[in-house]
Design a protein around this ligand. Structure first.
Ligand code: HEC
Ligand code: HEC
Ligand code: HEC
Ligand code: HEC
Length: 538
């Protein structure tokens, strides 16, 4: 075939696909109606919206499903522990685990508990019980900021306590029933809709500010843009601001240089506290106790990953795949308000992907997604191993008593910078919830860089010791530094537990304490059981 015919055929292919996408969003979906509800402008209770929109509320309630039927090859709505592969899944039901999570986050609350996400209706319940929040203390150890993506009540609270004060308040101050309803004020209608008109709105303060900084006026955004922005309120990378840069602990999106991991890494270089030289240190979420490296924790950058992927770039919005139009009640077509994996079953694949890829079977489409995910997962595992090796190399080099390179200090500083960078790039993909599908090329590019950066860390640490640690760093990293599969706040209160693994020895034991909180209730003091019977012993 000559080149011109090939090019023509290629253009046709793209044309057909784009036409399919375009014709869908122009003809098929109903025009969003405008409403005049009887709701108050500051209504945040989902049940109140439910009275006006019973069909939507019914669809929203479907987010309460959390069992094996929701599982896909890599994801699903059971909040299984991502590190150990089994617990609390039924025995033998294997998902793709990431065994080194606790090693990589050691010294940071993420090492205590990290679960697969589930439906929006569980938002508050899950944050109240997660071991990252200190339920053994009057002080949560985490600020009120954590509520930002769990409830539509934030604008009200910020107005009440002030933008300069609210974010750094104690998380626990807002958890009781007089402050919030666990089921009725979890992530819901008022996060995305104006209660009076039901128009899509942005209520997230950090997203409003991030868009304004880029000169984007969201009130002029197209309907299609809003179908992505409403998710970008929460499904993004963010950090808590240092007080030297603005309101203490206020959430902020690191987008000033762009949304790629390279841009964010650069951004964080001067967002830490003021230093003696009159500038700013780099921002750090915590210092890893083993390598003494100032680390960054990435959080679910779905919006940033999707935006320049094959679908985001072509204008396919989050709602196209996660909120398909469904005929309910025998007649009416509404946008599904069950936000979950479109791969849950064949019907869902037909309702979402099928609108644009009508010539493909559900089995084929599932196969394409899983092919991307498997490749991403394999590289994620390699990047994870190398990141662990990088920490271990720096640990060994920092304790090296043999002959050192003349520029030892400089090489060690470089090694730590590579550890930080390698792990951040791994985490950007690890924390992103599609296992590569939202942007296959970016996922693999980011993981390739992560591996390279972690290897640079190993090389620098080796060079610092004149390759003296070469012998002790040899062999399978899984034998040298086994995965830590069990680690909780409670375990860190027992000094003898710290002796069980070569890395946990670098932690400081936590003060022994009894549990203070369970869901929305304060537990009775004194002889009360440390953990109530209906809480799994974590
Ligand atoms: C995470 C954001 C989000 C939340 C939370 C949310 N919606 Fe929606 N809603 C949307 C999007 C996106 C659309 C589609 C709008 C469009 O295409 O123009 C929509 C559409 C609607 C519509 C218009 C008709 C339709 O079906 O397209 C109604 C009515 C509605 N939602 C009611 C509700 C109710 C009631 C709740 C709470 C139980 C709720 N929504 C929660 C994002 C949300
Ligand atoms: C106010 C913050 C917020 C907004 C807005 C939001 N989400 Fe979420 N989303 C969350 C949180 C938090 C979870 C995890 C809840 C849990 O595990 O308890 C989640 C979970 C999910 C899940 C996983 C569900 C499962 O079954 O595993 C999907 C899919 C999802 N969101 C899609 C979306 C889409 C699409 C939008 C926009 C239409 C959106 N979200 C808007 C906060 C938000
Ligand atoms: C072209 C379709 C498509 C678009 C567009 C899309 N997603 Fe996804 N999303 C998927 C698929 C497929 C998965 C993988 C599900 C699986 O593995 O079971 C996924 C997974 C997810 C998950 C994890 C679901 C789970 O089971 O835990 C979240 C959260 C999510 N997407 C949010 C978003 C957000 C937010 C946007 C927009 C910024 C978006 N998605 C855009 C198709 C899409
Ligand atoms: C609203 C339309 C639309 C929906 C919904 C949609 N796609 Fe696509 N998809 C497209 C378009 C347009 C392209 C081509 C993009 C291009 O030419 O760069 C594409 C490309 C693809 C590709 C090739 C690029 C890649 O990522 O490997 C795959 C695979 C794919 N889609 C799978 C899916 C799956 C699976 C779903 C459902 C979860 C889905 N699509 C939902 C419009 C859509």
């Amino acid at each position: 075939m000559n080149k011109r015919i090939l090019l023509f055929a290629g253009l046709c292919g793209v044309g057909v696909l784009l036409f399919a996408a375009a014709s869908r969003s122009e003809i098929k979906p109903p025009v969003t109606p405008t409403y005049k509800t009887g709701l108050a402008a500051n209504e945040t209770r989902n049940s109140a919206f439910g009275k006006e929109f019973p069909l939507h509320f019914e669809s929203y309630q479907m987010n309460n499903q959390s069992d094996e039927k929701t599982m896909t090859r890599f994801k699903g709505s059971i909040p299984f522990r991502k590190n150990d592969n089994v617990n609390p899944l039924p025995k033998g039901f294997k998902q793709a685990a990431q065994p080194y999570l606790k090693n990589l986050w050691l010294g940071y609350p993420f090492s205590f508990e990290y679960n697969e996400a589930r439906g929006h209706t569980y938002g508050i319940q899950d944050i109240l019980e997660i071991d990252r929040i200190n339920n053994y203390s009057e002080s949560a150890g985490l600020p009120a900021t954590c509520w930002n993506c769990k409830t539509p009540k934030i604008p009200e609270w910020v107005a009440e306590y002030g933008d300069d004060k609210f974010w750094s308040m104690n998380f626990h101050d807002f958890r009781t029933t007089d402050k919030i309803s666990m089921k009725d004020q979890t992530i819901g209608c008022a996060n995305c809709h104006d209660p009076k008109t039901m128009e899509l709105v942005i209520t997230s303060i950090p997203l409003k500010e991030a868009l304004a900084e880029q000169g984007i006026d969201w009130t002029k955004a197209t309907r299609n843009e809003m179908r992505g922005y409403v998710c970008g309120q929460c499904h993004v990378e963010y950090y808590f601001m240092e007080k030297d840069h603005g309101p203490n602990k206020k959430p902020k999106f690191p987008w000033a240089n762009g949304k790629n991991p390279d841009d964010m890494y650069e951004y964080y270089m001067d967002k830490g506290p003021k230093n003696a030289q009159g500038g700013f240190d780099s921002f750090a979420d915590w210092t890893h106790p083993v390598s003494k490296t100032r680390m960054l924790k990435a959080q679910h950058p779905e919006f940033e990953t999707w935006g320049d992927g094959p679908h985001g770039a072509a204008g396919v919005s989050c709602a196209d795949c996660h909120m398909p139009y469904k005929r309910v009640d025998g007649k009416k077509k509404i946008s599904s308000h069950l936000w979950t994996s479109p791969l849950r079953n064949d019907e869902m694949i037909r309702d979402t992907c099928g609108n644009c890829h009508a010539d493909k079977t559900p089995a084929y489409l599932r196969g394409r997604v899983e092919a991307t995910q498997k490749k991403t997962y394999d590289q994620l595992m390699t990047a994870q191993d190398l990141s662990v090796k990088a920490h271990e190399a720096v640990r060994q080099a920092s304790e090296w008593t043999g002959e050192k390179a003349a520029n030892y200090d400089q090489l060690m500083a470089e090694a730590r910078e590579w550890v930080r960078k390698g792990q951040f790039f791994w985490d950007y993909v690890s924390a992103e919830n599609s296992v590569g599908f939202h942007n296959p090329v970016k996922a693999l590019d980011t993981l390739a860089k992560s591996q390279q950066y972690s290897q640079n860390a190993v090389n620098a640490a080796m060079a610092a010791t004149n390759f003296g640690i070469g012998k002790t760093l040899e062999g399978d990293i899984h034998t040298l530094v086994p995965p830590i599969l069990e680690w909780t706040r409670k375990m860190q209160m027992e000094p003898e537990n710290l002796q069980k693994h070569i890395w946990t020895k670098y932690l400081t034991p936590l003060p022994k304490a009894e549990r203070v909180w369970h869901l929305q209730e304060r537990l009775p003091k004194g002889d009360a059981p440390a953990v109530p019977a209906n809480v799994s012993a974590k």
